[in-house]
Design a protein. Structure first.
Length: 146
């Protein structure tokens, strides 16, 4: 037996129904669509998600999930460990100084100092927000938060 000798078992397959191929086929003229009406036309029928004229569910739901607060303030985070690495004892840390050191891109972006890492230098921090842990570490090192 060769590969080209293989055939499906007798009666296991059926010829497909050839619709719209003349009256002799038994499925000619109306091609199984019946006479007249919406479903007999090409492109006829109701679209996917049609709910009988009621506003479809997909259009009743909001386009994007959740809620976007238009007044949300996005802070540029800076950790205490980064200040330790970049600034010397007695330096003032503000937006301009952070832009000069390349920590943030623009000085108009609000900055928040976070408390990750250790701080040994005495720094004066003048930023928009400081976390409680960062404030404790800055003051413990002898610096101050303004």
């Amino acid at each position: 037996m060769q590969l080209h000798d293989l055939r499906p078992a007798e009666g296991s397959t059926k010829a497909r129904k050839r619709i719209g191929r003349g009256s002799a086929s038994g499925h000619g003229t109306t091609a199984g669509r019946g006479n007249k009406g919406q479903l007999s036309r090409s492109g006829g029928g109701k679209g996917k998600g049609f709910e009988g004229g009621q506003q479809p569910l997909a259009m009743r739901l909001p386009k994007l999930p959740g809620f976007k607060n238009r007044n949300r303030v996005e802070y540029a985070p800076v950790n205490v460990a980064r200040l330790e690495a970049l600034f010397e004892d007695g330096d003032t840390v503000d937006a301009e100084a952070l832009v000069a050191k390349g920590v943030i891109k623009h000085d108009y972006i609000p900055v928040k100092v976070l408390g990750d890492g250790e701080l040994t230098r005495k720094l004066t921090v003048c930023v928009d927000k400081v976390s409680a842990s960062a404030k404790a570490k800055i003051e413990a090192a002898g610096g101050k938060v303004e």
